[in-house]
Design a protein around this ligand. Structure first.
Ligand code: ATP
Length: 377
């Protein structure tokens, strides 16, 4: 049995309360499933089948989005799809390459799922490129809504009216020449909520009780400087959690050199996006990188990887990231023991090494891998 830290439960939804244990697992939860694009459905479908076979009282609904919805309604994300998501307890999302992107935008910005939780935990048997990957068990909490991803970009000439003089280039930005800008927006409130989420997670996890903050505050003094200042302020409310901060490039190096020293790491959106994929690389594949996106009253779950278009249709996508995203989802729904059972079985499949997908050095298909997992269960 592996120790499974509570990587994903926001305190409001925590099922560790005595009341929840007395009541047992809550049944009849409805999950909206969006299978995603390219190879993503090849991972999502067997995972849904597997969860179904456990008879956990889960109902599955499939909002029509993307191409199918567009053909019928003219919209890739019609109101009917939104209503299905709103009525469900949570959403399991395969990766999108754009066609189901509007639905993803709704799940993220519409539902304000501000904390993207991306665990990085080594399971013996994973094809990690590290000589000693044992002990890697940390979680990146990526701010999920702000930073450079607010989507405000345009031609530099549009900035002429502002006459902004760059601190380093010391001339008006719009005079740099033909080019583009992107806005990086960090708010106090947005930072506070994700940092508190990360501290709460560090307090709940059976880990090192440490929060690391990674920013580029030496260059981006106003924006990343604010993120770090807010994190330092909030650290005072959590004296039992050790707090440390690194400049993000230094953090990247440490994450590869000594990953086992980290517990929970919080960072602005773009760094979290990039470094959590890099963290997947520490384990040996993006196919192992799970994620859950949490808001104040909603959460959805998706593998951290993209749609893997280069292997679409070949039945070789590693479904582990989707499986681990689904176990985070089960935790969220109060089905902790089912989540633990699945993760224990997954650990046994990796430890045996007999049935692994090609990204892990094996030759099994996705279907064979899922069958092995079902047997291990
Ligand atoms: P995005 O822009 O959405 O991140 P991408 O094309 O940049 O997408 P991925 O789709 O994540 O990135 O794929 C990067 C590489 O990792 C591809 O070679 C892909 O096949 C591989 N890959 C991603 N996910 C998996 C998986 N679950 N199993 C096996 N290989 C995967």
């Amino acid at each position: 049995m592996i120790d499974r830290p509570a990587t994903c439960r926001p305190s409001a939804k925590s099922t560790d309360s005595p009341q929840a244990s007395r009541a047992g697992p809550r049944l009849n939860k409805t999950i909206a499933v969006i299978e995603g694009d390219d190879a993503a459905p090849e991972a999502v479908r067997p995972v849904v089948e597997l969860l179904n076979s456990l008879q956990l009282g889960l109902n599955w609904v499939y909002p029509e989005v993307g191409d199918v919805a567009e053909a019928k309604t003219g919209s890739t994300f019609p109101d009917a799809a939104r209503a299905v998501i709103d009525a469900a307890d949570t959403t399991l999302f395969g990766s999108t390459s754009g066609k189901s992107g509007a639905a993803l935008g709704y799940l993220r910005w519409g539902k304000e799922t501000f904390a993207n939780v991306r665990p990085c935990r080594y399971m013996p048997g994973c094809a990690s490129p590290l000589r000693q990957p044992e002990g890697i068990d940390f979680v990146i909490v990526r701010e999920n809504l702000e930073d450079l991803y607010v989507g405000a970009e345009g031609p530099l000439e549009d900035l002429a009216a502002l006459n902004l003089v760059g601190r380093t280039i010391r001339k008006p930005v719009h005079e740099l020449g033909d080019g583009r800008y992107a806005i990086k927006a960090i708010t106090r409130a947005g930072t506070e909520r994700v940092v508190r989420f990360a501290f709460d997670l560090a307090a709940r996890r059976d880990g090192k009780r440490k929060l690391t903050c990674a920013t580029k505050h030496n260059m981006l003094r106003a924006t990343d400087g604010l993120f770090l200042d807010v994190a330092r302020e909030i650290a005072a409310d959590y004296p039992e959690i050790e707090f440390e901060s690194f400049i993000v490039d230094d953090f990247a190096c440490r994450m590869i050199r000594e990953p086992e020293r980290f517990d929970v790491v919080v960072m602005p959106n773009q760094y979290g996006d990039i470094l959590s994929d890099a963290a997947g690389g520490l384990l040996g594949s993006l196919g192992l990188a799970a994620s859950g996106c949490f808001g104040a009253d909603y959460a959805y779950f998706e593998p951290a990887h993209g749609t893997a278009p280069d292997i679409a249709g070949r039945d070789i996508i590693n479904p582990t990231a989707t499986i681990l995203s689904a176990t985070m989802m089960l935790d969220y729904l109060g089905l902790d023991s089912a989540a633990q059972r699945i993760e224990d079985a997954l650990a046994r499949v990796y430890a045996s090494g007999a049935v692994l997908t090609p990204d892990q050095g094996g030759s099994a298909t996705t279907t064979e891998f899922c069958a092995a997992l079902a047997r291990a269960l």
